[in-house]
Design a binder for this molecule. Structure first.
Ligand code: ADP
Ligand code: F6P
Length: 324
């Protein structure tokens, strides 16, 4: 029989992502509408272990849907990777009357949720990361805002690159995944797009491309390099030496994680937050919410973590054809 749910908690864990606040707001309001009490846990699993727990009412989450970051704060917590840490976390949940927990974060955070579920606390994960690297879902909270932020920044770098007839290597985030690089590479009309999943480390191809483009009269050359490849500064030095064309590296960094979420991130995060609150109320546990084949769905965490996802071959082929 499903466990009776009276109160649930919500936390954000791992890297922050724009749209997390929309998800928190939706969890709180939908759970309250379903007759539950809601507790906010500050700073991810670290805050749980430190008992940084507060009551959340409908009004506590007013005026946050448009804000980047996470009002609950986030952290990485090594203690929670241990059995003792997880037991302590579950005891603290019980002490505060928390029957179930919504965890907004990435794969690592789901492992924490899985551990808590084994300790008897019902858990549901929501994909929150700008990297889009969660395998069970075609959408993750923050990706849309991050690519739009990066795209605007890359347009700006392109203006100055053209004026100075320079080559620019622009490094975007994504950990080991190339989704941000692929989307921005196409959307910004980059001349070269380097993805960790595909990169053959052959700089000579890039050098030839730059020289040929310059001969054809192109005044700029934009290379989008993914964080998973990295080394943009040394790559710029080598390219400049080989081509004789001034080359600069720009690492966009954390600006990609901040800022007001786009409409898409606010909307999808709201639906996912509400969906998570609903399935927790129904007594489900060890689940993760995803968006797949045009629908919001939930998956077993173990199965979700075992799924595979990769850059679409067709999208990659198109990106190469368009950047020639
Ligand atoms: P993300 O959730 O974005 O993948 P991390 O991998 O840093 O980010 O994980 C966030 C947090 O989740 C970690 O700091 C830790 O507290 C918890 N976590 C990660 N892996 C595990 C694990 N194997 N078991 C329990 N908790 C974990
Ligand atoms: O997962 C989001 C992300 O911004 C990655 O793109 C990046 O590799 C990582 O987090 C950086 O993490 P931290 O905030 O710990 O520096």
């Amino acid at each position: 029989m499903a466990k009776e749910m009276r109160a649930i908690g919500v936390l954000t864990s791992g890297g922050d992502a724009p749209g997390m606040n929309a998800a928190i707001r939706a969890v709180v309001r939908k759970a309250i509408a379903n007759g539950m009490k809601v507790k906010g846990i500050k700073k991810g699993y670290q805050g749980l272990l430190n008992e940084e727990i507060l009551d959340l009412e409908k009004w506590s989450v007013a005026d946050i849907i448009q804000r980047g970051g996470t009002i609950l704060g986030t952290a990485r917590c090594t203690e929670f990777k241990t059995e003792e840490g997880q037991q302590k976390g579950a005891e603290i949940c019980r002490k505060h009357g928390i029957d179930g927990l919504v965890v907004i974060g990435g794969d690592g955070s789901y492992r924490g949720a899985q551990a808590l579920s084994r300790q008897g606390i019902n858990t549901v994960g929501i994909p929150g990361t700008i990297d889009l690297d969660i395998t069970c879902t075609e959408y993750t909270i923050g990706f849309d805002t991050a690519i739009n932020t990066a795209m605007d920044a890359i347009d700006k770098v392109r203006d100055t690159s053209s004026s100075h007839e320079r080559c620019s290597i622009i490094e975007v985030m994504g950990r080991n995944a190339g989704y941000i690089a692929l989307w921005c590479g196409v959307a910004n009309g980059a001349e070269d797009i380097l993805l960790p999943e595909k990169y053959d480390k052959n700089e000579q191809t890039i050098i030839n491309n730059i020289i040929n483009n310059r001969k054809r009269g192109k005044t700029h050359h934009i290379i989008i390099n993914a964080e998973g490849i990295g080394h943009s500064t040394s790559m710029a030095r080598r390219i400049e030496a080989a081509t004789g064309i001034e080359t600069r590296a720009t690492i966009l960094g954390y600006m990609q994680r901040g800022g007001n979420p786009t409409c898409k991130d606010r909307f999808y995060a709201s639906i996912m937050g509400a969906y998570a609150a609903d399935i927790l109320c129904q007594g489900k546990t060890n689940r993760v919410v995803g968006y797949k084949h045009g629908e919001f769905q939930d998956f077993d965490i173990e199965e979700a973590l075992a799924m595979k996802k990769s850059i679409s071959e067709y999208q990659y082929e198109v990106s190469r054809a368009l950047s020639m």
